[in-house]
Write a protein that binds this ligand. Structure first.
Ligand code: TYM
Length: 336
């Protein structure tokens, strides 16, 4: 039997090249090897305020970008989190399994709450919901970018704690993180990850950016001192990030990219990089636009939610039964 993967993407803005290279492109690459469940995690997005109209359209566009990138409804399951009730139900149980100390140590919470006068309780408990997302599908592995590693580690700890209290109920998943491309950095600051919430749009390439925008942002991207196109993440992190982007968008290895630009300057490298990024994103954008226009994502998400509900409700029933929670509504599950 194929191993299972689960992963989620927030519909909190237009996806970036970081989301694409660190996660979605890999989701596509592994959809044959694994039985894959991919989720547009709208409950995670509302940990910060979202205007209803824009949330609705972001959910559709996120799904359309994922399909446009090559996810195939014949091969994998794609669904929206809030269509499947077990997520918030197991989410609560995981909140009661996690400790305040553990949640307080999550670096993403520290980053996102820093300097804010008021943050929602959901922003704090979010990793417990993420753990529930994964555990509901008995996932063997979780393909994510580097920034989500700590959350997957917490998910493992929670599953192990739950199992030690209630017996062997939950599958303990492994993070699946690529060696390169798992941390695409901002084009303006190579010490910050590329993020759709960056207030400076020059820092990120969005999947909806035009050819001209992409070329302009790459032209303006910071580079390190020197003239040689050399891959040195310690000494030349900005250039190393651009070389990584080049490599992933072109399918050429880092060594091949470096060799191709020996003796050439940054300007030529950047010009070609813009072309390579545009070539990688243009077909994704075209398919996204077609999928939004014809509405074909609706049936995919509907069928995906049915399948996700089938799997997740079985795992939830197992969890409730192990804990002694009520199953009176479930004809097969009544135990008292
Ligand atoms: P999110 O929506 O921030 O990002 C979606 C995926 O994109 C990856 N990613 C990156 N990879 C490389 N470089 C970057 N600059 C970059 N930015 C984002 C993320 O690592 C992620 O894999 N908490 C998750 C969503 C989530 C989830 C889950 C993931 C909810 N439940 C269960 C896995 C399993 C998040 O906020 O991802």
């Amino acid at each position: 039997m194929r191993k299972r993967v689960f992963s989620g993407v927030q519909p909190s803005g237009i996806l970036t090249l970081g989301n694409y290279l660190g996660a979605i492109k890999r989701f596509v690459e592994i959809q044959d090897e694994f039985e894959a469940f991919y989720c547009v995690v709208d409950y995670h997005a509302i940990t910060v305020p979202q205007p209803p109209e824009s949330l609705r359209s972001q959910i559709a566009r996120t799904a359309a970008f994922m399909l446009g990138a090559g996810l195939d409804p014949e091969k994998m399951t794609l669904f929206v989190q809030s269509d499947v009730p077990a997520h918030t139900q197991l989410g609560w149980i995981m909140e009661c399994t996690a400790t305040f100390g553990e949640l307080s140590r999550m670096t993403q919470f520290k980053d996102k709450s820093q300097g804010k006068e008021s943050v929602s309780g959901g922003l704090f408990t979010y990793p417990a919901l993420m753990a529930a997302d994964i555990l509901l599908y008995d996932a063997d592995a979780v393909p994510v970018g580097e920034d989500q590693k700590q959350h997957v580690e917490l998910c493992r700890d929670l599953a192990e704690r739950f199992n030690s209290r209630f017996g062997s109920v939950l599958k303990v998943p492994e993070p699946l993180i690529a060696e390169t491309g798992a941390r695409i950095m901002s084009l303006q600051d190579p010490h910050k990850k590329m993020s759709k919430s960056d207030p400076n749009p020059s820092g990120y390439i969005s999947l909806a950016d035009s050819k001209d925008d992409i070329a302009k942002k790459i032209r303006r991207a910071v580079t390190d001192s020197g003239r040689e196109v050399a891959y040195d993440p310690e000494e030349k992190p900005a250039l190393a990030n651009l070389i990584t982007i080049f490599s992933h968008c072109s399918g050429r290895s880092i060594d091949e990219v470096v060799a191709a630009y020996e003796g050439k300057g940054y300007a030529e490298f950047k010009k070609d990089l813009a072309e390579v990024v545009v070539e990688a994103l243009t077909p994704v954008q075209a398919r996204h636009d077609a999928i939004v226009a014809d509405g074909s994502y609706v049936e995919v998400l509907r069928e995906g939610a049915r399948r996700a509900h089938e799997v997740s409700s079985t795992v939830l029933r197992r969890v409730k039964e192990a804990m002694g929670l009520s199953l009176f509504i479930d004809p097969e599950g009544v135990r008292i």
